[in-house]
Ligand binder design. Structure first.
Ligand code: AMP
Length: 279
């Protein structure tokens, strides 16, 4: 695996591969890699000749300084994991390299960035959109791979791409889960084993909510049952919402013909977890 720190070197290296007719798949991450990230790498490998992974803990998308400081970092283990997964290129820029020269962009996100995560983490999606745009300009991939685990994020990146007419296709990849159903996340490493076992209730609750929706139970009841289930543990639920899967508007009645998603964010002790389930 080729490890590259500068944008110029990356461009030179990838231009040569592109000139030989290779397509490039790109997986942006913040490191502390796990099987979920590797599933994105695998999907990219199936669809492209060359796979580039970036690791960059982007300061501008953290609305909470403590979260940024405590974000798990382990570049040596990550490099080994990516080498084992046969990733072709690892791009690990420094902050100055990514934010040296900045182009102001203003994609039309149709208000998606203000909802759900956006309202609990002000400025978060400004940071996400900014860094993904910089990274896309540096890598110029044919396809970018993002996890459905961060449902709203991949929706917003898709809007940015279409709004700015960027020549890249977004591929959204299924959420990879532990056997218990808990969605894999870098932040899970900050949970104790007991907390991880308990947090499996998040997926269970999403699953039951989906079942209840399909059975025609009213949304208010579904949300209050789910809230009660999650709040049995030492948690602080930020939201449990049932939304239109494209606009993220909350729905008041389930229509099987309308794409729907159930989204949840909850503080498990000191760790904030998010998950979702498409109906
Ligand atoms: P992160 O390092 O948390 O910024 O995640 C990098 C990419 O991996 C994002 O597109 C995430 O949505 C995706 N990702 C994170 N966890 C998972 C998971 N459990 N399953 C699939 N994709 C994931």
């Amino acid at each position: 695996m080729k490890v590259i720190e500068s944008k110029n070197e990356l461009k030179e290296y990838l231009d040569a591969l592109r000139a030989d007719g290779n397509t490039i798949g790109f997986v942006p991450t913040m490191g502390a890699l796990h099987e979920g990230h590797i599933s994105l790498i695998r999907q990219s490998q199936q669809e492209n000749e060359v796979t580039v992974c970036s690791i960059f803990v982007n300061p501008t998308q953290f609305n909470d300084v403590e979260d940024f400081k405590k974000y798990p970092r382990n570049i040596h283990v990550d490099t080994e994991l990516l080498t084992d997964a046969k990733c072709d290129v690892l791009f690990i820029p420094e902050v100055e390299e990514m934010y040296g020269e900045t182009i102001k962009i203003s994609p039309d996100l149709e208000g998606l960035d203000q909802k759900l995560e956006g309202s609990f983490r002000p400025g978060h999606f400004d940071g996400v959109v900014e860094i993904v745009h910089h990274l896309l300009q540096a890598v110029e991939p044919d396809r970018i791979y993002m996890g459905l685990k961060d449902y709203q994020q991949q929706l917003i990146v898709g809007k940015m791409i279409s709004s700015l007419n960027m020549p890249v296709r977004l591929r959204a990849v299924e959420t990879d889960r532990e056997d218990s159903g808990l969605a894999r996340s870098s932040r899970n490493s900050r949970l104790s084993q007991a907390q991880k076992n308990d947090a499996a209730v998040i997926h269970k609750t999403l699953f039951l909510a989906r079942q209840a929706l399909e059975e025609g139970i009213d949304i208010e009841t579904i949300i209050s049952d789910a809230t009660e289930e999650i709040e049995k543990f030492e948690t602080k639920l930020e939201y449990f919402k049932i939304c239109d899967a494209n606009t993220l508007e909350e729905i008041t009645a389930y229509d099987p013909l309308r794409p729907t998603v159930i989204l949840v964010a909850v503080w498990w002790g000191e760790v904030r977890l998010i998950d979702n389930l498409i109906v």
